[in-house]
Design a protein around this ligand. Structure first.
Ligand SMILES: *Cc1c(COP(=O)(O)O)cnc(C)c1O
Length: 377
C-alpha cells in the first residue's frame, strides 16, 4: 500500500545525518529538532501555534481536553472514519454522536450534523477523510450559529488546501478552533515511528494545551490541571524536518497517481472514482491530497475483488469495513439504522488502492488493468 523505503532512499543523507546529530547531542526529548520542526510547520500551514505530541490519537484527546469539554457534552463526528476519532470522545466521557456521511466524497454530511444538534452539543469533529477537505464553510457556519467548537481531525489531510466560497484558501487544520494530525509512517507526512501535533490560532488555547501535554505544568512542578505525557521525540522531529520541505511534492505525486488511476477507470460503469466535485479544478487546487485513493465498486463482488487483487500481488485495503455506530464499543440506542444509509452502503462498496509517492506508470497500469478485467468479466 505504501513504499516508505523508496521515499527514504531519496532523502537518506539528510535523514541519516539529522538522526546521528540527535544522538551525538543527546537532546532526545524536547531538543532543537522539535522546536525547529514546530516553527517550520507553523510557517508551512500558516497557523499561529503547532504543539507537537506523541501521536494523532493523543492530539485529538488533548485538543478536547484543552477546550474544557465536560462529561456528558455531546460531540458530533462522522460514522465513517478511523476509530481513534470516536475513541477519545468516549475516553473523556463525552458523548459521541455519530452521523452519516456524503455518498460521493465520504465526508461528514452537513444535513446530518444539523439534525443531530441538541442543547448538549458542544463540538463538531470533521475528519478530512482520505485527504479530502470536509465542507468547512458549512461546518463553521453551523458552529457559529449554535456556539460549538470545531475540532478538525486532519490526520489524513495534511497539506490539503481548502478553498472557501469567497475564493480564499487555507490549509486544512487551520480553519476550526483547533485541529489534530498524525505523523504515523503511512500518513502523508509520516515519521519513522509515532508522532502527532495539535494546531490552533488561539493563543490562550495554545497555552492551555502546552501545559496539558506536559503533565498539566505551566511552572515546573506546579500541576494546575490534570495533564498527560505526550511528546514528539527529537529523532522523529528530525525525520519530519527532513520530509516537510518535500510535502507539497509528495502530495503532488499522490494527486498525479490518483489522476492516472481515475483516467484509466474512465467509462467503466461499475467503478466510481473518488470525487463528486469538479475534479480537474479541485485537484489542481490541492483540495484532495489522496491519503487514500478509494473506489466504490457497484454491482460486482467487492470482497471477491479484494481476494483477486491479493492473489495478483496487489495490496489493497477496505477502509472501513464496519461503520463506527455498529462497533461493539460505540453502540448506542439513540442510533437508528435509517440514519446511516450511506455508511451502511459504503462499507460494502469501498476499496482503497496502493497510494504513495513512488507509484510508477507500470504499477498503475498493472493495477488498473487487473481491476478492470475482473470487474468487467
Ligand atoms: C491515523 C488517524 C488517527 C490517529 O493517529 P495515530 O497517530 O495513529 O494515533 C486519527 N484519526 C484519523 C482519521 C486517522 O487516520
Amino acid at each position: 500500500m505504501v513504499d516508505l523505503k523508496g521515499q527514504y532512499e531519496n532523502i537518506k543523507e539528510r535523514v541519516d545525518s539529522s538522526i546521528m546529530n540527535v544522538i551525538e547531542t543527546t537532546a532526545f526529548v524536547n531538543g532543537t529538532e522539535v522546536h525547529e520542526f514546530q516553527k517550520e510547520l507553523e510557517q508551512y500551514l500558516g497557523v499561529k501555534h503547532v504543539i507537537p505530541c506523541a501521536n494523532g490519537t493523543d492530539a485529538l484527546q488533548i485538543a478536547m481536553m484543552g477546550l474544557g469539554l465536560k462529561p456528558g457534552d455531546e460531540v458530533i463526528t462522522a460514522d465513517f472514519t478511523f476509530a481513534a476519532t470516536v475513541e477519545v470522545i468516549a475516553l473523556l466521557q463525552l458523548t459521541p454522536v455519530l452521523v452519516d456521511v456524503d455518498p460521493i466524497n465520504f465526508n461528514i454530511d452537513i444535513e446530518a450534523i444539523k439534525k443531530a444538534i441538541t442543547p448538549k452539543t458542544k463540538a463538531i469533529v470533521p475528519v478530512h477523510l482520505f485527504g479530502l477537505a470536509a465542507n468547512m464553510d458549512e461546518i463553521m457556519a453551523i458552529a457559529e450559529e449554535h456556539n460549538l467548537y470545531v475540532i478538525e481531525d486532519n490526520a489524513q489531510g495534511i497539506g490539503a488546501d481548502y478553498t472557501s466560497k469567497d475564493g480564499s484558501k487555507k490549509k486544512t487544520g487551520t480553519i476550526g478552533h483547533v485541529a489534530s494530525t498524525s505523523f504515523f509512517p503511512s500518513k502523508n507526512l509520516g515519521c519513522y515511528g509515532d508522532g502527532g501535533a495539535i494546531f490552533t490560532n488561539d493563543d490562550d488555547l495554545a497555552h492551555i494545551i502546552r501545559g496539558i501535554v506536559n503533565h498539566g505544568m505551566y511552572v515546573r512542578y506546579h500541576h494546575d490541571v490534570v495533564g498527560v505525557n505526550s511528546r514528539l521525540d527529537s529523532i522523529q522531529a528530525a525525520v519530519l524536518r527532513a520530509k516537510l520541505p518535500h510535502l507539497d511534492n509528495y502530495n503532488k505525486a499522490r494527486i498525479e497517481a490518483a489522476n492516472k488511476y481515475s483516467e484509466a477507470f474512465k467509462g467503466i460503469e461499475n467503478i466510481i472514482t473518488p470525487g463528486g466535485f469538479d475534479s480537474e479544478k479541485n485537484l489542481s487546487e490541492k483540495s484532495h491530497v489522496f491519503h487514500q485513493y478509494t473506489l466504490k465498486i457497484k454491482n460486482a463482488d467487492r470482497d471477491a475483488l479484494v481476494n483477486h487483487l491479493n492473489e495478483k500481488g496487489i495490496p489493497c485495503g477496505v477502509y472501513y469495513p464496519i461503520p463506527l455506530h455498529l462497533q461493539k464499543a460505540y453502540k448506542d440506542e439513540r442510533y437508528k439504522e435509517e440514519d446511516f444509509t450511506v455508511t451502511n452502503q459504503l462499507i460494502k462498496e469501498v476499496i482503497s488502492l496502493p497510494m504513495h509517492t513512488e507509484l510508477d506508470d507500470e504499477q498503475i497500469k498493472y493495477i488498473t488493468e487487473t481491476i478492470i478485467n475482473f470487474v468487467a468479466k
